[in-house]
Design a protein around this ligand. Structure first.
Ligand code: NDP
Ligand SMILES: O=C(O)C(=O)[C@@H](O)[C@H](O)C(=O)CO
Length: 282
């Protein structure tokens, strides 16, 4: 099934409703994985300077038979380049590494408020968009206080905010805040990132059996029906296909609420990933 549904953004562009995540997918094997993802129907590819795989993503784009303009390529600015001049250079370097002349989307990876430079980084993204280096600009792991600050300073609202969200940490308050600002939420680690057991959780498995679907498909559908764009990773061609095959069923409101009830609050968050605490190593 092709990833044909889409999300309308506040800057008048749109995004496919499911993105392909690439953390820890690198090198020649990574090219094979990204190629099979494109073959399966993914059109939004999520990478980051921090993943050290922009070159691999670029190689997959060049080898793919899908035209570049049909793909939406998204990368992220690392913390050591939050200063304005460094951010502009980093975006240019990212483009050289990936071998493209523009990004469809580019995000500030983390606000890193202790460094106190994310406002400059946002101004750089705003200007890089004007220079034609980036089509859509957004952020990742931003809390309301960070969003309010950059919107106040630049007058420009990010199109997307990519945040942690899976059944054990549904982040619903931040999702609602994003909605109130017209920002599309992207969910990272929607399937629990290999370190929590959401895919084998009894409640999720029971709902999956009821719809004759896989647990991963239930979680992806839970995101879509909440207006959230999941960024899903899989190195397996079988899983990649299954994760797009989610447009032939609908979860009931009751099942959505049941999945919401699995939330563990702060205890469910992936350890060490609170946006005010998380630090990057330079
Ligand atoms: N902005 C940020 O700060 C962050 C962004 N991200 C982005 O989000 C993406 C997704 O998050 P990620 O942490 O990678 O983890 P996910 O939540 O996407 O989980 C990936 C795991 O789920 C497995 N899986 C995928 N599909 C299925 C399926 N149908 N059935 C069973 N198992 C399945 C994969 O195994 P297999 O390979 O065998 O299919 C893999 O082990 C990242 O790759 C990255 O692009 C992630 C973290 C932080
Ligand atoms: O994967 C990402 O995009 C992240 O920013 C982090 O989750 C990062 O992977 C991490 O947790 C490193 O310890």
């Amino acid at each position: 099934m092709k990833n044909t549904h889409s999300f309308q953004l506040n800057d008048r562009t749109s995004l496919p409703s499911i993105g392909f995540g690439t953390v820890n997918i690198n090198g020649a094997q990574g090219v094979t994985s990204v190629l099979s993802a494109i073959e399966a129907g993914y059109r939004l590819i999520d990478t980051s300077t921090n993943y050290n795989n922009e070159g691999m993503v670029g190689e997959a784009i060049r080898r793919s038979s899908v035209p570049r303009e049909e793909l939406m390529i998204s990368s992220k600015l690392p913390g050591h380049s939050h200063e304005y001049d460094k951010a502009i250079l980093m975006i240019q370097e990212s483009l050289y590494r990936i071998g493209l002349d523009y990004f469809d989307k580019y995000l500030i990876h983390w606000p890193l408020p202790k460094r106190g430079k994310y406002e400059e980084a946002w101004q750089a993204l705003v200007d890089a968009q004007k220079f034609g280096l980036i089509e859509t600009i957004g952020v990742s792991n931003f809390l309301p206080e960070h969003l309010e600050r950059i919107i106040e300073i630049t007058g420009v609202t990010p199109a997307t905010n990519q945040i942690e969200r899976h059944p054990y940490f549904n982040n619903n308050e931040l999702v609602e805040y994003n909605k109130s600002r017209g920002i599309i939420t992207e969910a990272w680690s929607p399937l629990g990132r290999e370190i929590n057991d959401v895919l084998t959780n009894d409640t999720i498995v029971a709902i999956a059996e009821k719809y004759n679907k896989e647990p991963a498909q239930i979680i992806i559908r839970w995101n879509l029906q909440n207006g959230i764009l999941p960024i899903v990773k899989s190195s397996s061609a079988k899983h990649q296909k299954a994760n797009l095959d989610v447009f032939d069923f609908e979860l009931s409101e009751e099942d959505i609420q049941t999945i919401d009830s699995l939330d563990k609050g702060e205890a469910g968050r992936v350890e060490g990933q609170h946006p005010n605490e998380y630090e990057e190593f330079d």
